[in-house]
Design a protein around this ligand. Structure first.
Ligand SMILES: [Fe+2]
Ligand SMILES: [Fe+2]
Length: 334
């Protein structure tokens, strides 16, 4: 599958000279750093790319609540419980901003949910891994939210206005998520040897899936070149992964932990770390639905949707009755 993706990337980004006037004007606005707003003309490919990316991002926020929500009742102290509860609620809010941003592009919330529930839409592969211990919750904040920040900060400058503005609010909250995770781990590594071992075990399991969050190398990514030209994407996957590794290595050292990568070493010449290659076969396998928790996550989302049916039905019935009453009152007044 990896090799297949490399091959399909043959699609080339067209130059301004090759574009029709309308598309050229659109591209020139993007090149000039202007934002594109919902009602404005846009190429169909731009719209589709954004719908796919924003809805997948929204799904990731919502599904991302599940591995952590699982620990709210088991948080070790009242303070940690309040912090985790606030974080998980933030993720719900992120999902809602993003579903709203996607809706401005002409897709409905129901359609997006349908795509998630049927397996047509994807979400971040990281949320298909289980949270086995309390240290996993700290590791998720530190590494998963940390990687999310790396990905999301440049999206604040994305060319599509509603997406860029949603990201500004989201990034502020992500910083708190990263911080609370690191803080929880810091407390644990100062605890008993068993607690410290639990943190090291969490790092061992979350390190590689976190690196995979940036996606495969751009040479292998079907959508990268066009997304860069449209300023939907500003940095290559490898660039962001490198930044993440360079930021995280000293943080791991401060915690007294070992990153589970024998190839990891400082490269003086490039001013960054060399590191090993994630297992991309595992990545594609998890994306394809075969990760440890894919079925469980989707079942939880479908159950939430089905359990809410009575409420949606109630709202619709109330709206219909209210409309009937307004119509009757109008007739009576005439
Ligand atoms: Fe989030
Ligand atoms: Fe977060």
């Amino acid at each position: 599958m990896y090799a297949q993706m490399v091959k399909t990337d043959a699609a080339r980004v067209r130059s301004l000279d090759e574009m029709e006037p309308q598309e050229r004007a659109f591209q020139e606005r993007i090149d000039a750093g202007q934002k594109i707003e919902p009602k404005e003309w846009m190429p169909e490919g731009y719209r589709k790319t954004l719908v796919r990316q924003i809805s997948q991002h929204a799904h990731s926020e919502i599904v991302g609540q599940l591995p952590e929500g699982n620990w709210i009742t088991r948080a070790p102290t009242l303070e940690r419980k309040a912090i985790l509860l606030a974080k998980v609620q933030d993720e719900a809010g992120h999902g809602l901003y993003l579903y709203c941003a996607a809706e401005t592009l002409g897709i409905s919330r129901d359609q997006m949910y349908e795509q998630l529930h049927s397996g047509k839409a994807k979400y971040s592969s990281i949320f298909n891994y289980p949270t086995l211990t309390w240290a996993d919750i700290g590791a998720i904040g530190w590494l998963v939210d940390g990687a999310a920040i790396m990905n999301q900060v440049p999206l604040q400058r994305c060319s599509y206005g509603p997406y860029a503005r949603a990201m500004v609010r989201i990034c502020k909250e992500e910083s708190f998520h990263q911080r609370q995770g690191y803080d929880a781990l810091m407390r644990m590594v100062k605890g008993t040897p068993a607690q410290k071992a639990m943190v090291q075990d969490a790092l061992n399991r979350w390190w590689w899936p976190s690196l995979m969050m940036f996606g495969p190398s751009d040479d292998a990514s079907v959508h990268s070149a066009q997304s860069m030209a449209w300023k939907i994407k500003q940095n290559s996957n490898d660039e962001l992964r490198q930044k993440f590794v360079d930021q995280t290595v000293p943080q791991a050292k401060y915690l007294g932990l070992t990153i589970p990568d024998p190839d990891l070493k400082w490269n003086e010449e490039k001013g960054g770390h060399d590191f090993g290659e994630p297992d991309w076969e595992e990545f594609f396998n998890v994306i394809a639905g075969n990760g440890p928790c894919n079925a469980e996550r989707l079942d939880a989302r479908k159950k939430a949707w089905n359990d809410g049916a009575w409420f949606r039905d109630g709202l619709t019935a109330h709206a219909e009755k209210a409309a009937d009453r307004r119509a009757a009152a109008k007739i009576a007044a005439e």
